[in-house]
Write a protein that binds this ligand. Structure first.
Ligand SMILES: Nc1ncnc2c1ncn2[C@@H]1O[C@H](COP(=O)(O)OP(=O)(O)O)[C@@H](O)[C@H]1O
Ligand SMILES: [Mg+2]
Length: 407
């Protein structure tokens, strides 16, 4: 197409005013048309109709399949107008030839007589439209519509290709980033171990020769190195939980929760926490990863407790194609303005002297849940009142996901 076509006008009720599409052309539109017609009188009628409707027509003719194939290989037309019945061959063969040549050109059948049933069959087989010779005035409308639809289809395909390409790029850059985080945190561990070990050795073996100030400095250095070690280990855990494809097995979430509680038994005893739960479902999950989620959420519920001993309840509710889990506590709560940020890596709302931690637990939970094809969020009830607690919610799909853990 050499020039953009006048776009279909849409009436207020949403329907297209086809009459205006065809007859009222706001400017001359260049149109390369290949006419497949054995009757020269009909050829002339078609051309006259197109010119009358404002097309600047550049027409070529073909009367045999061979001539048709040669024509379309030469200059690809915008549109093919083919007679349905051409004596020794049929206009529908043009559709097959175009398909074979991998050319996306609309074919409109122009026929003396074509029954409804035949017309529907032709459209099913790939013709774009049909026009009867005794209503040729409809031909420009049909052409404009066909070209407009082709343009829309073309744009849709391009958008789809763009989207697919971006998804591949994103997956690759995510993979690179995860690989980088993994290698960096893995390789940083060794030199850091050296720093921590030798500063500790220095402190132990030269204690007598060092004054109080030097000892304090060494203490800071050891403390810093140990802290960085935990940070790096946490980062490693974070990057690992996105690396390899996770196995997912249909698992009893009650047993997974129980294992998380077993690991937390010291913290539960020490804080006199009450942990209760509903009967949980059986779902396709990665067991150790879901255990990690329960462990992180419950340990937070205990750590960020208020004045009362912690009371934690884990509930689960079935929805259409997923289960919703909630971990509710009676702790210090989270101000509503902070609920969005706490799932980011290293994001914390308190200093380490108030509450210990690195701020990575929730980002790991988010990664795990999203890999399972679910979502995670927090509902805060603090609203200015102290110690009303926080409720963390997450979903897990009931069926295996294509890209996540359950693939
Ligand atoms: N149950 C909770 N009650 C109140 N605040 C919470 C709770 N869980 C998480 N938070 C807030 O979210 C932050 C991030 O949590 P997390 O990623 O687990 O890191 P960490 O536990 O190391 O601080 C915490 O520092 C805390 O401010
Ligand atoms: Mg935590």
């Amino acid at each position: 197409m050499m020039q953009t076509l006048a776009v279909a006008e849409v009436a207020q009720d949403g329907s297209r005013k086809d009459a205006e599409l065809g007859v009222v052309a706001d400017k001359t539109v260049a149109l390369k048309v290949l006419i497949v017609e054995d009757n020269s009188f009909d050829q002339e009628l078609i051309l006259r109709e197109l010119r009358r409707a404002g097309f600047d027509v550049n027409a070529a003719l073909a009367q045999t399949p061979e001539a048709f194939a040669i024509q379309i290989r030469g200059t690809c037309p915008d549109i093919v107008l083919a007679d349905y019945n051409l004596g020794p061959w049929r206009g529908m063969e043009t559709v097959e030839i175009l398909r074979r040549e991998k050319l996306d050109v609309p074919v409109i059948l122009v026929s003396g007589a074509l029954g409804e049933v035949e017309a529907v069959e032709c459209i099913k087989q790939g013709a774009t439209d049909y026009v009867l010779k005794d209503s040729l005035a409809r031909l420009p409308i049909a052409i404009r519509r066909a070209l407009h639809e082709k343009q829309i289809e073309h744009e849709r395909q391009r958008a789809q290709q763009d989207l697919a390409r971006k998804a591949v790029e994103l997956a690759r850059s995510n993979q690179d980033l995860e690989q980088f985080a993994y290698v960096a945190s893995h390789d940083l561990q060794e030199p850091l171990r050296m720093v921590a070990a030798y500063t500790q050795l220095l402190a132990e073996q030269y204690r007598a020769q060092l004054d109080e100030k030097a000892q304090r400095y060494i203490h800071y250095a050891v403390d810093g190195a140990l802290r960085m070690q935990t940070l790096i280990q946490d980062l490693l855990t974070f990057s690992r939980c996105g690396r390899a494809d996770m196995d997912a097995e249909v698992s009893d979430c009650n047993l997974i929760l129980q294992r998380a509680l077993d690991r937390l038994c010291a913290a539960i005893e020490e804080s006199h926490a009450q942990v209760t739960h509903d009967v949980l479902p059986t779902l396709p999950v990665n067991r150790s990863q879901l255990e990690h989620v329960f462990q992180n959420l419950i340990s937070n519920a205990i750590k960020f407790r208020g004045k009362e001993p912690p009371a934690v309840h884990i509930s689960a509710h079935p929805e259409a194609d997923e289960w919703k889990f909630f971990v509710r506590d009676n702790g210090i709560g989270i101000a509503p303005e902070n609920t969005g940020m706490i799932f980011a890596v290293f994001k914390r709302l308190h200093t380490r002297s108030e509450y210990p931690g690195n701020g990575i637990g929730l980002s790991i939970c988010k990664k795990i849940i999203e890999q399972h094809g679910g979502r995670i969020w927090v509902e805060s009830q603090s609203e200015g009142k102290p110690s009303v607690g926080a409720t963390f919610g997450f979903t897990l799909p009931t069926t295996r996901q294509r890209n996540g853990a359950s693939s």
